[in-house]
Write a protein that binds this ligand. Structure first.
Ligand SMILES: Nc1ncnc2c1ncn2[C@@H]1O[C@H](COP(=O)(O)OP(=O)(O)OP(=O)(O)O)[C@@H](O)[C@H]1O
Ligand SMILES: [Mg+2]
Length: 526
C-alpha cells in the first residue's frame, strides 16, 4: 500500500496534507503523483470524487521553484470549479509560500490584474478570462512549466477547444501537460495526444464509470405530472443536501419558483445569473442553508460539496458523460449517495443508452403514491416523538397539561398535540391520486381505448410493434388487443400503464393521429 510519505514530499507539503486530514493517497493519487513529479505528461482518468485535484495539485506545489512568475496554469470549465480548485491548492500550498489565484469571468478584472502584478505562482482560471488577460498583456505564460486541463474532455470539446489552443500557444513548447477527468471518450483521447508528449495513461477502475457507492434509480414519470412526481419523491426521501439538475436555464428558474412556492428550501444556479448571485447561491449551498440546489450542467462537473446525499436528474442528461458527472456530485470520497433520474416515455431510449454506455446499474421504481408519502412522513414523526420521549426534558410540558389529563384520554391529548405540532405536514385522509380504476381488463392489466382513425390496414401485430417502439416497453408487456375498424382496445401491464398512456397520447404513429385514453380513467377524492 502506498502512503504519502512514499512520495518523499517536502515537509511543507507533507504537513499541509496532514492538516487536510488525508491519511493515505487515493488510487489516482498513488499512480499520478510520482509520474507528475518525474515531469511526465499524464492523462489521468478516475471516477468522480476520488481526489483528482490533489493528484495534480500536490506535485505541482511540490515542484514550485522560486521566482514570482506563473509556473503552473490550471484550466477549468466553470467559474465555481476554478474557485474550488484554487481553494484546494491554497490548502496544499499552506506552508509552501506559493501564491495561487483564481481568475474567472464576472469578477472585476482590475482586482485580478492587481493580484497578478503581485506575483502569482499558480493560476487557476476559466479559458475566456485567461485569454482576456493574455490579450491585455496582464498575464504571461512564457515560463509556465505545467498546464492542467481539469475536466479535460469537456475542455477539448467544441465549446472550449479554440480557446484552449490559443492559450496553449502562449505556453512553452517543452511544458508538462496534464489532463484529468472521470470520462474520456475515445475521440478525446486521440485528440488530446496532439497537445502532449508521450503521455502516460493512468486509468483507475477500468470499465466502471460510475461510483459503486452511488445507488442509481429511475422513476418513469409523465411530462404533465413531473413536478408532482418530483415532490412526492423528495418528500419520501431523507435528504440532507441535494442537487436537482435541469436541462435549461429557464427550466432551472421555473422549477426553483415552483419548489419555493411549495415551501421547499431551494435556490437556482445557472450561467445567466450575475457572479454575485452565483457566489451567493453556492455559499448558501455549501453552508447547507438550502436543501436543494437547482442547477444546469454548470454544476455538473467537479463541484465538491460534502454531504450531498441526493442528485436528482429532473431532466434526463443528454449524454452518458453528463450523467456520470452529474451523479458524481454525491458519493464522494468514500461516502454513499443516491442518484435519481426522472424519465418520461419519450426519453426512455436515452435512459437505455446511458445504462448501456456507463454500465450503470439503474433500478426502476414507481413514483410513491400519496399514501406512500404520507406513511413515510408519519414514520418520521413517530421517530421524532420516540426520540423526544427517550431524550426526556419534557417534565415542564407535562405540568402544562394540568387538569387536561383528568378530562381527556391521554392518547387523544397526544393526537391533538401532534395535530398542532405537525401543522400541514401530516396527511390523515385519502387524497386524489392517479387511478385507472376498473377497466374490465385481465388481472394485472389495464385496458386502453385507442383511436386509430382510418388506418384500415393496421393489424394487431403492427400495433404491438408500434407501441413497443414508441414507448420502449417490451412487446410482452402488451396483452390482448381487440381491433375494430377505427379503434382498438389494448391491454398493457398495470405498472407500465401511465407510461404507455403518455407516450401514445403524444405519438403520431405512421402519420396518423392517435387518441388514447384509459378505458375508464378517473380520479377520486375521499
Ligand atoms: N487522499 C485523500 N484522503 C481523503 N480525502 C481526500 C483525499 N484526496 C482527496 N480527498 C477529498 O475527496 C474529495 C473529492 O476530491 P476531488 O474533488 O479532487 O475529486 P475528483 O476526482 O476531482 O472528482 P470530480 O471527477 O467530480 O472532479 C475532496 O473533498 C477532497 O478533499
Ligand atoms: Mg475534479
Amino acid at each position: 500500500m502506498t502512503t504519502f510519505t512514499d512520495f518523499q514530499l517536502s515537509r511543507r507539503v507533507q504537513q499541509a496534507i496532514d492538516d487536510m486530514g488525508f491519511e493515505e493517497p487515493s488510487p489516482i493519487q498513488a499512480a499520478c503523483i510520482p509520474l507528475v513529479l518525474q515531469g511526465k505528461d499524464v492523462i489521468g482518468q478516475a471516477q468522480t470524487g476520488t481526489g483528482k485535484t490533489a493528484a495534480f495539485g500536490v506535485p505541482i506545489i511540490e515542484m514550485m521553484g522560486t521566482g514570482r512568475h506563473v509556473q503552473a496554469l490550471i484550466l477549468t470549465p466553470t467559474r465555481e470549479l476554478a474557485i474550488q480548485v484554487a481553494g484546494e491548492l491554497r490548502k496544499i500550498a499552506k506552508y509552501a509560500r506559493v501564491r495561487t489565484l483564481p481568475i474567472y469571468g464576472g469578477q472585476s478584472i482590475g482586482h485580478q490584474i492587481r493580484a497578478l502584478q503581485q506575483g502569482v505562482g499558480v493560476v487557476i482560471g476559466t479559458p475566456g478570462r485567461v485569454l482576456d488577460h493574455l490579450r491585455r498583456g496582464t498575464l504571461k505564460l512564457d515560463k509556465v512549466r505545467t498546464v492542467v486541463l481539469d475536466e479535460a474532455d469537456e475542455m477539448l470539446d467544441m465549446g472550449f477547444i479554440e480557446d484552449i489552443e490559443a492559450i496553449l500557444k502562449e505556453t512553452p513548447q517543452e511544458r508538462q501537460t496534464l489532463l484529468f477527468s472521470a470520462t474520456f471518450p475515445h475521440e478525446v483521447k486521440q485528440l488530446a495526444v496532439r497537445y502532449m508528449k508521450n503521455p502516460e495513461h493512468v486509468t483507475v477502475n477500468r470499465g466502471e464509470m460510475t461510483v459503486p457507492l452511488i445507488d442509481q434509480i429511475y422513476y418513469k414519470v409523465l411530462e404533465r405530472n413531473k413536478l408532482e412526481s418530483l415532490c412526492r419523491i423528495i418528500d419520501s426521501e431523507d435528504v440532507s443536501l441535494g442537487i436537482i439538475f435541469c436541462r435549461t436555464k429557464r427550466g432551472v428558474d421555473e422549477l426553483t419558483e415552483a419548489l419555493l412556492s411549495r415551501g421547499y428550501l431551494v435556490d437556482g444556479l445557472h450561467g445567466d445569473l450575475s457572479q454575485a448571485q452565483r457566489d451567493r447561491v453556492m455559499k448558501k449551498f455549501r453552508n447547507g442553508d438550502i436543501e436543494f440546489l437547482v442547477a444546469t450542467d454548470v454544476a455538473a462537473r467537479g463541484i465538491d460539496v460534502t454531504n450531498v446525499t441526493h442528485v436528482i436528474n429532473y431532466d434526463i442528461p443528454q449524454d452518458p458523460e453528463s450523467y456520470v458527472h452529474r451523479i458524481g456530485r454525491t458519493g464522494r470520497a468514500g461516502r454513499r449517495g443516491l442518484a435519481i433520474t426522472l424519465v418520461t416515455p419519450r426519453e426512455f431510449k436515452l435512459l437505455k443508452q446511458i445504462e448501456r454506455e456507463t454500465k450503470a446499474p439503474l433500478v426502476g421504481r414507481e413514483v410513491p403514491t400519496l399514501a406512500d408519502v404520507a406513511e413515510r412522513v408519519a414514520e418520521n414523526w413517530r421517530e421524532r416523538l420516540r426520540r423526544t420521549v427517550q431524550e426526556g426534558g419534557i417534565a415542564n410540558y407535562r405540568a402544562i397539561l394540568g387538569s387536561l389529563v383528568d378530562e381527556f384520554d391521554p392518547v387523544d391529548l397526544a393526537a391533538a398535540a401532534l395535530k398542532l405540532a405537525s401543522a400541514d405536514d401530516l396527511h390523515t385522509g385519502e387524497e386524489e391520486d392517479y387511478d385507472f380504476g376498473e377497466t374490465g381488463a385481465s388481472p394485472g392489466m389495464v385496458r386502453f381505448f385507442l383511436n386509430i382513425g382510418r388506418s384500415a390496414n393496421v393489424g394487431p401485430g403492427d400495433l404491438v410493434r408500434m407501441i413497443s417502439e414508441e414507448t420502449g416497453i417490451p412487446g410482452q408487456a402488451i396483452g390482448k388487443i381487440d381491433l375494430y375498424d377505427r379503434f382498438a382496445f389494448v391491454e398493457v401491464e398495470e405498472e407500465s400503464a401511465p407510461f404507455v398512456f403518455e407516450a401514445l397520447r403524444q405519438a403520431r404513429i405512421n402519420g396518423l393521429r392517435v387518441n388514447l385514453e384509459p378505458a375508464r380513467p378517473r380520479s377520486r377524492r375521499a
